[in-house]
Design a protein around this ligand. Structure first.
Ligand code: NAI
Length: 736
């Protein structure tokens, strides 16, 4: 297919060209990739066609000795395949041909008659990284924006232009497995260490460095070989490891057996792209570059048209759309107040996490608690987080020091007058939150937004103590704050649109995907979690063993099972949230009566090492259920009491139905936000696309049929959401 669409005419013949060629007096042609239709360069048939034509023209031009490839975009090189294009492909064979063609054209870059040097400034992701790897040599800038990686696996795809094999050739199979399976980014220094770029230079002199290298490669025929040798230079330990593990068949067998087992343990077979990465690299290890490259297009083609890739790309599109969304209804308009200074009240687990992501985002942060020890613990927590980042190479020591310097602690309200936003994360206690709100309001400026990070108390109730409820919103972060990607901003009927857009803008600055929901008990994410956790409790009460329930839900695609989640979040916290939702929604949200015994037994979960599982030094290494919890609950579990399918059906649908209720009640503004919130906030299986995409895939009549049958067996807690009933009747779907 690409063959037909890739133009062979030179770029200059087309109206809006993507590739510009500048022929310098020193005989180096600088090719600039700059797609006028996109904010970042992406791989499209047009880009590949023009690039290829420009490179061939330079190869044929007697006045050109060498070529440098660079991007005309400010801070990105090339960010990978154009996903609109990928998503539009309907037949595997078309994607297969596209992959074969791109790989063939990239191969020419490093195998042509003249050297081609990639000058990478900004993100070189997926096909962008593969492009750089395919060139004769590459130079990256040391800029904070420069990153190299193969994120395809996160979208249900694989790199499709032999990048995996080029990485394996240079850095070894383990590095290629690591990059291909995690999709993580490399900083330039790490890429240099692995031999995946040939030099790192400051952006100010980067292009000149690349031109010099290109010239030298043209002048000295032996220099390319010297570079190739240098890429493979390793320490003694690494050489030994490669000799033992990668260069001998038995070692490789062990390496891939482990990689396969670990991959399947993580993916449960739901994310086939990861398995294909392992297959392809195993083939590379056993039979070499050509044999592996022959298989790659077919694997890519199959993945491109798979449901999994479609769901993951849809999720990516939804997150991208949310980046541009200010969270207001189309009829509303408001401009965010500028935010430079943030005050965080409470230096506990959540407060310190919020302070960390704020300071990291370049904001001045004041963190207040009631005594020096608590403030000290909060500061220490942030320091440890930053130090860990520096150790992992995802933050420079200089950035850490600067971020930490933006953070200060206090035990009084001094400095509050300067705050643009105050986020409270004190204990979950309404009277305390009220008194804090009153204290704060006396001291802040008129335009200061006050946000609560409560996990369960309706924001409207918190705002009852306020003299300016229009400036109060919820900012519901997830734990641990620095890792969890979602922020739920909660608006009340009184919230000023300016307060909402300010909170949304702040959340984005902190690196979060932000959804705005309407206030109500449990907001959105907590509300859909409660019936799911309650259903797990009902199953346990019926005799299903704890590990069987958890295993069934992990097998269904959740990252952890419901009981493990309760232990992590805190059984006491869960019970408290449950009370709030039960008070609001009645029987539907009622846990089995026996569960009250957990409180009497002081079972709070992991934090006090008394939960559904064993903790502490005496606990076995394998996660093991604390069998005494059955005595506390007065239960005797029976293996096989309930099948895994039934567990998944009941817990899964409990969450899906509640999500649809939230949509019907106007808590979430639409299916997109509901899906993103469920996947990023509570771990709904991403490959299923979220509760709304899942309902669409099953079909509303089928979801309704299953709900009705469960309602007959278990009563009101499975009463179908009114919106579900209506949609099944009218034949509507959530997504067009
Ligand atoms: P925590 O117990 O770790 O921290 C609370 C901190 O607030 C303590 O350091 C305490 O000394 C401080 N504090 C109490 N009164 C204060 C006052 N008047 N001024 C300043 N500081 C005061 O609790 P955590 O887990 O950080 O929770 C805080 C809030 O975040 C709660 O509302 C909770 O519901 C919510 N939340 C918790 C999540 C979690 O997973 N832990 C998730 C989402 C929200």
């Amino acid at each position: 297919m690409l063959d037909q669409t890739i133009p062979s005419a030179p770029a200059s013949a087309r109206a809006a060209s993507i590739v510009r060629t500048e022929r310098r007096a020193d005989g180096v042609a600088v090719l600039t990739l700059d797609d006028p239709a996109e904010s970042h360069n992406t791989i499209t048939p047009a880009l590949v066609g023009e690039l290829s034509a420009a490179v061939e023209a330079a190869f044929a031009d007697a006045a050109v000795r060498a070529v440098v490839l660079r991007s005309g975009k400010k801070d990105s090189f090339l960010v990978g395949a154009n996903l609109d294009f990928v998503r539009s492909i309907r037949f595997a064979q078309d994607a297969e041909e596209a992959s074969r063609e791109v790989a063939r054209r990239f191969e020419r870059l490093g195998a042509g008659p003249k050297p081609v040097v990639a000058y990478v400034h900004g993100s070189a992701l997926g096909g962008g990284f593969e492009l750089a790897l395919a060139c004769t040599a590459s130079i990256a800038t040391d800029d904070a924006k420069t990153a190299l990686g193969l994120p395809e696996v996160k979208l249900g795809l694989i790199p499709a232009a032999n990048g995996l094999f080029r990485i394996a050739e240079r850095a070894g199979l383990r590095a290629a497995l690591d990059l291909g399976l995690t999709g993580k980014n490399l900083r330039p220094a790490a890429a240099l260490r692995l031999g995946l770029v040939d030099d790192v230079a400051p952006a100010a002199v980067g292009l000149e460095t690349a031109v010099r290298l290109a010239s030298r490669l043209a002048d000295e025929p032996g220099h390319a070989r010297a570079l190739a040798k240098r890429r493979r230079r390793r320490g003694v330990g690494e050489q030994l490891e490669r000799a033992l593990l990668e260069d001998n068949p038995l070692g490789r067998l062990a390496l891939f057996r482990r990689a396969r087992a670990e991959t399947l343990k993580k993916t449960r077979g739901y994310y086939p792209a990861a398995e294909r990465v392992v297959d392809l690299l195993a083939r590379f290890g056993a039979r070499g570059f050509r044999a592996a490259a022959d298989l790659e297009p077919r694997a890519f083609g199959d993945l491109v048209v798979s449901e999994t890739a479609h769901r993951l790309i849809d999720l990516f599109f939804a997150q991208t759309a949310l980046k541009k969304d200010d969270g207001l209804a189309p009829s509303e308009r408001a401009v965010a107040f500028p935010v430079e200074r943030v005050a965080v009240l409470g230096a506990g687990f959540m407060g310190a996490g919020i302070a960390a992501v704020s300071a990291r985002a370049g904001l001045e942060v004041r963190m207040k608690d009631t005594d020096d020890a608590a403030v000290g613990r909060g500061l220490r927590y942030v320091k440890d987080l930053f130090d860990a980042r520096v150790r992992r190479g995802s933050m420079t020591a200089r950035d850490r020091d600067a971020a930490f310097a933006r953070l200060s602690g206090a035990i009084d309200y001094s400095g509050l007058r300067n705050a643009d936003v105050v986020i409270e994360a004190v204990f979950e206690d309404l009277a305390l939150k009220h008194s804090v709100i009153r204290d704060v309001e006396r001291r802040v400026r008129e335009t200061c937004v006050i946000a609560s990070n409560t996990s369960s108390i309706p924001i409207t109730r918190i705002a009852e103590a306020s003299s300016r409820p229009e400036m109060i919103v919820g900012m519901h972060y997830f734990s641990p704050v620095h890792q969890m990607p979602l922020l739920e901003v909660i608006r009340t009927k009184a919230s000023d649109p300016r307060a909402i857009v300010t909170a949304v803008a702040l959340g984005k600055k902190q690196g979060k995907t932000v959804i705005v929901v309407n206030d109500g008990p449990g907001f959105y994410t907590t509300r859909i979690l409660v019936p799911y956790l309650n259903e797990a409790a009902h199953l346990l009460a019926e005799g299903a063993p704890i590990e069987a329930v958890d295993a069934a839900m992990v097998d269904w695609g959740f990252p952890v099972g419901p009981f493990q989640l309760m232990d992590e979040v805190g059984i006491d916290v869960g019970a408290h949230v449950g009370e709030v939702t039960e008070a609001a929604f009645g029987e539907r949200m009622r846990p089995p009566p026996a569960f009250g015994a957990l409180r009497v037994d002081d079972r709070r979960g992991k934090k006090n090492a008394r939960g559904f599982y064993l903790y502490g030094s005496a606990a076995p290494r394998r996660r093991t259920v604390d069998a005494t919890v059955y005595d506390v609950l007065g239960l005797s579990p029976k293996a096989g009491a309930v099948t895994a399918d039934e567990i998944a059906l009941r817990c899964g649908l409990a969450m899906v139905n509640e999500s649809i209720r939230c949509h019907g009640d106007g808590v979430v503004s639409g299916a997109r936000d509901g899906d993103v919130g469920a996947i990023l906030g509570v771990g709904f299986p991403a490959f299923r696309g979220g509760p709304f995409r899942y309902a669409d895939a099953l079909g509303m009549p089928e979801v309704l049929r299953r709900m009705r049958s469960l309602e007959q067996r278990f009563g009101a807690r499975f009463e179908p959401a009114p919106l579900l009933v209506e949609m099944a009747r009218s034949g509507r779907r959530f997504y067009a």
